[in-house]
Design a protein around this ligand. Structure first.
Ligand code: ADP
Ligand code: MG
Length: 484
């Protein structure tokens, strides 16, 4: 039997507001426990929430970016449940009237194709606190700094059909929120986490199978691994005549497996009702239009422009627009040197290779976009050849100079294009290599092309890599053939 995988994601994005969604407490990450939770976040009696307008604006910007409907009215509801990290006894969320309606996200796959994933809706809610188990014996610590941090929960339709597609969708969401600047997207710090809903069904069957929901997965890689494990588990279960139960599971990255946490709760377990302390949010058209006009260029627009206007391949355009930092770095390099294709080659080649080796994000690159652009410009105007350019790059990477020009000067890497100087070096190499010259002369003319490599190498060495390789080749051929 052939099985098809069906996946829907609920992505939680922490919004990059200064203060919390219903209070004035700071949202900064990493403060000492419980120093950033005020009376509202602690759920003290008598306090009242005040909605943070920036959180509303950010949610609407996201909605506009995914071409979603923005309903005029949205409403906050109380989702009631008991847990130690939720002192109010309910989470303020939006159950029935979310701030963002149906939209869609374009995802791009490794083979260069693109697909659309529908978004069912996105709603605003508050984050809960954190339970800390590690530092306490026989007790649990509670840190309420995170309580009340604004979250945008983005709920997809079950439109994804593989782990790769799910990861590509998550990357697309990550790119959109970081391009918009509405989240720092830092998954390691929990700024973006997702619940992964997975089911399988026989190929050709119209109804969906029963799903399991894997909670709180916090990296692209873990999303893929959790799905791969779930698919295998569910297919095995079904093929053995069993049934998948609808439940909530946890992914354990150390053991690479998911484990049952609890059976799935129903909406009525939460006794949702509209929050009487908060007015419905009413957005007038002018406000939404104003936010629409202020939208920056978004990842898929940028990718399309890189192809259409800069002539980059679909693959290069995809890589260079994948994150805002990458796109900005590339564009500054290109603007500095004036050639998009060369800039793309250097950013995706030498630079990406070095960053990968050191495990550095592009934002921490020791070579700035400006420095790289200036270096590429020196290749373009023939000041240095390709080989010397790599040396200059390495020197800039190691901090041995402030600019390409400074390194070229200090290391004497300026390309030698003076044919008199090159000729002198060639004459010396020929004089020093009588055996190779004899071999060259005795070889069949069609074999000589290959043998010239030895002389090129010696001449380049004599010039410490600075001779113009095309000139060296042409002059050598002339001189050697004259000897035959
Ligand atoms: P709930 O409110 O119980 O969490 P929803 O209907 O809102 O359920 O769906 C939550 C998520 O689960 C959505 O992202 C949706 O696409 C996904 N989903 C729903 N049914 C399935 C299924 N059979 N297989 C995989 N994903 C599913
Ligand atoms: Mg859910």
């Amino acid at each position: 039997m052939q099985w098809e995988t069906v996946i829907g994601l609920e992505v939680h994005v922490q919004l990059a507001t200064q203060s919390k969604i219903f209070s004035g407490a700071s949202t900064a990450f990493g403060a000492a426990p419980n120093t950033q939770a005020c009376a509202v976040d602690l759920g003290m009696p008598g306090v009242l929430p005040v909605l943070n307008e920036q959180a509303v604006a950010m949610a609407v910007q996201f909605g506009l970016a995914i071409h979603a409907e923005i309903p005029e009215v949205s409403v906050f509801d109380r989702k009631n449940y008991f847990y130690p990290d939720l002192p109010k006894g309910y989470q303020t969320s939006q159950m029935y009237h979310p701030i963002v309606g149906a939209g869609e996200v374009e995802i791009s796959l490794d083979d260069g194709t693109t697909r659309r994933v529908r978004v069912h809706h996105a709603h605003l809610e508050e984050d809960a606190g954190k339970s800390l188990h590690e530092d306490f014996h026989g007790m649990t610590g509670i840190d309420l700094n995170r309580a009340g941090t604004p979250l945008l929960e983005i709920v997809s339709e079950p439109d994804m059909r593989s782990a790769r597609e799910a990861a590509a969708y998550l990357k697309a969401i990550h790119a959109i929120v970081t391009y918009l600047g509405i989240s720092d997207g830092n998954m390691a710090e929990g700024s973006m986490r997702c619940d992964v809903n997975v089911s399988v069904r026989p190929v050709g069957q119209a109804e969906y199978g029963t799903r399991a929901e894997v909670k709180n997965v916090n990296s692209f890689r873990f999303v893929e691994r959790a799905i791969e494990y779930e698919v295998e588990r569910q297919v095995e279960l079904l093929e053995d005549g069993g049934k998948v139960v609808q439940e909530t599971r946890l992914f354990d990255p150390d053991r690479d497996e998911t484990r049952s946490m609890r059976t799935k709760e129903e909406a009525n377990d939460y006794r949702y009702f509209p929050c009487p302390d908060l007015l419905p949010v009413v957005l007038d058209q002018a406000y939404v239009d104003h936010l629409r006009e202020a939208l920056p260029e978004l990842p898929d627009e940028k990718r399309a422009r890189f192809q259409a206007e800069l002539g980059l391949s679909a693959y290069d355009a995809g890589v260079l627009s994948a994150t805002r930092e990458m796109a900005e770095f590339f564009e500054e390099t290109k603007d500095t040197c004036g050639d998009a294709k060369l800039a793309a080659n250097w950013v995706m080649g030498e630079l990406a290779g070095a960053l990968n080796r050191e495990g550095l994000p592009i934002s921490d690159s020791p070579v700035s976009a400006r420095q790289l652009g200036e270096l590429v410009a020196r290749v373009m105007d023939d000041t240095i050849n390709g080989k010397a350019a790599k040396q200059v790059f390495q020197a800039l990477w190691n901090g041995q100079g402030k600019s390409a020009d400074e390194v070229i000067e200090a290391k004497g890497l300026k390309q030698v294009t003076d044919s008199g100087a090159i000729e002198a070096m060639i004459d010396q190499v020929i004089a020093d290599s009588p055996a190779q010259v004899a071999q060259y002369r005795d070889a069949e003319p069609d074999k000589r092309g290959k043998m010239i490599g030895y002389f090129v190498g010696q001449t380049m060495k004599a010039s410490r890599g600075t001779a113009n390789p095309q000139q060296v080749n042409a002059l050598l051929k002339e001189k050697l053939d004259a000897l035959c």
